[in-house]
Design a protein around this ligand. Structure first.
Ligand code: ADP
Ligand code: ASP
Ligand code: MG
Length: 403
C-alpha cells in the first residue's frame, strides 16, 4: 500500500471553504487506497497575527511562550481538517506533537525535528484512519513546545516522510509548481517541470519561498523526491529530485530575490594581516552570518575599506559588536539596508562560459549599480539598490531565455 505525505500551506487552508476543498483532495487519496498522513500550516496570515499579539504584550516576549503561542495556529487547522473529513465519512484524527511525539532539538523558534514515534502513526494508519499533524512544531525532551522556523511546515512534511519511509511527499500550495521566478511578481515566469535538489536549495535559500530551504536540504540528504503542486488546479506540479536525471538545456534555471540583507562598510580599516579575522571572529561567535565580503584595494598601503553583508535583523547587533571591540580600528562604520539580493541559479552554469559577463552587462544596460557580488558553482548573486529589484529580475529573466 502506498504511503503518502500531503502538506497543505497557509493559503490552501485559509478559509473554511478551502479546508473543505482540501478535505476533498485528502478523501480522494484515501479512497484510492493510500495510507495518508497530512501536514497542515496555520490559516494564511495567522502566524503573523499571533506574532503581532505577542508584540502588543512585550517586544521582548518570552521565546518559550512565543512558541506556545505560534504553534496554536497549526493545531487549529489540524482539528478543522479532521472535522471536515469526518463530515465526509472518512475516519480521520488529528495528532498533536506531544501525542505522537515529534521530538525537536535546538533553540526556540529555530529548532529541528530529530525523531518521531513512527509506531503511533502506523497504528492509526492500520486502522484505516487519515492522520493529520500540525506542521512547524515539535516538543523537546523536556516537553517544551518548539517551532522550527518560518515556513517550517514544509520541513515537518519532509521529516515525517523520511521517518515514516513514505513513498511520496507532495507540497500543495497556491501556485502550481516551482517557476523560473515568483509568478505572482513576474507574470511571464515559466513553470519548471523538474528541478534538482541543488538548484532548488539555492533558489529557496536565495528567496524563492515556494518551499522552505531546510525542507529541501533534508530531502536532498535522504533522497526523498518531492512534488510541489497546486491545491486549486489539477495541473501537473514540479518534481524535485536527484540531478543526475535532468538534462540541462539552459544555463540558468531560475532567478530569485530577497530583501533580507543589509550592507555594512567599515571605512579606513588598518591594512595588515589579521584584521579581517578580528572583524569576523566576534560576529561568528555572536551567531551572525556574514554572506558577501569585499575588501577594497588600499590606495595608501595603510588603510582599506571592508564591505560585507549580514541579515537585516542583525545590523544593529553587528554595529554594536564592532564598536565595542577596541582591537578593531577604523574611521567610520556605515550601513545600507535598502538593498536587495538578486540571484541567478542553474546547474547548467557550470558548463556555460560567459554567464557572469552576461548578467553584469544586463544589469548595466538597465543602469543598475552592483554593490556586491558572490558566486558558487551553480549561482551568482548581486546586491543592488532595493528599488531596482523587479527591474533586475525581469531583465535577467529575459536575457537568460526564461520568459
Ligand atoms: P504555502 O503557504 O503554501 O507554504 P508560500 O506562500 O510559503 O505557500 O509559498 C508559495 C508562494 O511562493 C507563491 O505564492 C509565490 O508567490 C512564491 N514564490 C516565490 N518564488 C517562487 C518560484 N520561483 N516559484 C513559485 N512560487 C514562488
Ligand atoms: N505557519 C508557519 C509560518 O507562517 C509555518 C508554515 O506556514 O509553514 O511560517
Ligand atoms: Mg510556505
Amino acid at each position: 500500500m502506498t504511503k503518502k505525505v500531503l502538506k497543505f500551506g497557509g493559503t490552501s487552508v485559509g478559509t473554511i471553504e478551502r479546508i473543505q476543498h482540501v478535505a476533498s483532495i485528502v478523501k480522494k487519496e484515501h479512497l484510492a487506497g493510500n495510507n495518508v498522513v497530512v501536514i497542515v500550516s496555520a490559516m494564511a496570515g495567522k502566524t503573523n497575527e499571533l506574532i503581532k499579539l505577542s508584540k502588543e504584550i512585550s517586544d521582548k516576549f518570552s521565546k518559550r511562550e512565543l512558541d506556545v503561542l505560534l504553534s496554536s495556529g497549526e493545531q487549529v487547522t489540524s482539528a478543522l481538517l479532521a472535522g471536515a473529513l469526518i463530515k465526509l465519512n472518512i475516519k480521520a484524527k488529528s495528532l498533536l506533537n506531544w501525542q505522537i511525539p515529534i521530538l525537536t532539538e535546538g533553540e526556540h523558534s529555530n529548532a529541528r525535528i530529530t525523531n518521531m514515534n513512527v509506531e503511533k502513526i502506523n497504528e492509526h494508519l492500520n486502522e484505516k484512519e487519515v492522520v493529520i499533524i500540525p506542521g512547524f512544531q515539535g516538543i523537546t525532551k523536556s516537553a517544551d513546545i518548539t517551532t522550527i522556523g518560518r515556513g517550517g511546515s514544509d520541513a515537518t512534511a519532509v521529516a515525517v516522510a523520511k521517518l515514516l519511509n513514505a513513498d511520496t511527499c507532495d507540497i500543495y500550495t497556491d501556485v502550481d509548481g516551482v517557476y523560473s521566478t515568483d509568478p505572482n511578481k513576474i507574470p511571464v515566469a515559466k513553470k519548471i517541470d523538474k528541478i534538482s535538489y541543488d538548484e532548488m536549495l539555492e533558489l529557496s535559500s536565495l528567496g524563492a519561498k515556494v518551499i522552505q530551504s531546510s525542507a529541501v536540504q533534508t530531502a536532498m540528504m535522504y533522497d526523498i523526491p518531492l512534488e510541489v503542486k497546486s491545491t486549486f488546479t489539477e495541473r501537473k506540479g514540479t518534481k524535485i529530485f536527484n540531478q543526475e536525471n535532468i538534462d540541462y538545456t539552459k544555463s540558468v534555471t531560475g532567478v530569485a530575490y530577497s530583501k533580507d540583507d543589509a550592507k555594512i562598510t567599515l571605512i579606513g580599516v588598518e591594512d595588515r594581516p589579521g584584521v579581517a579575522a578580528n572583524i569576523f571572529e566576534p560576529l561568528s561567535k555572536a551567531q551572525i552570518n556574514v554572506d558577501m565580503v569585499i575588501q577594497n584595494i588600499s590606495s595608501d598601503q595603510k588603510t582599506t575599506d571592508v564591505t560585507f553583508t549580514v541579515k537585516r535583523d542583525d545590523v544593529d547587533k553587528t554595529k554594536e559588536i564592532l564598536k565595542e571591540k577596541s582591537e578593531i580600528k577604523y574611521k567610520d562604520i556605515i550601513h545600507n539596508d535598502k538593498v536587495a539580493k538578486v540571484s541567478i541559479v542553474g546547474a547548467g552554469m557550470v558548463s556555460t562560459p560567459g554567464v557572469t559577463y552576461k548578467m553584469f552587462r544586463g544589469l548595466s544596460d538597465e543602469k543598475i549599480n552592483i554593490l556586491a557580488i558572490s558566486t558558487s558553482e551553480i549561482k551568482l548573486s548581486v546586491i543592488i539598490d532595493e528599488n531596482n529589484t523587479l527591474n533586475a529580475v525581469k531583465k535577467l529573466h529575459t536575457i537568460f531565455d526564461l520568459d
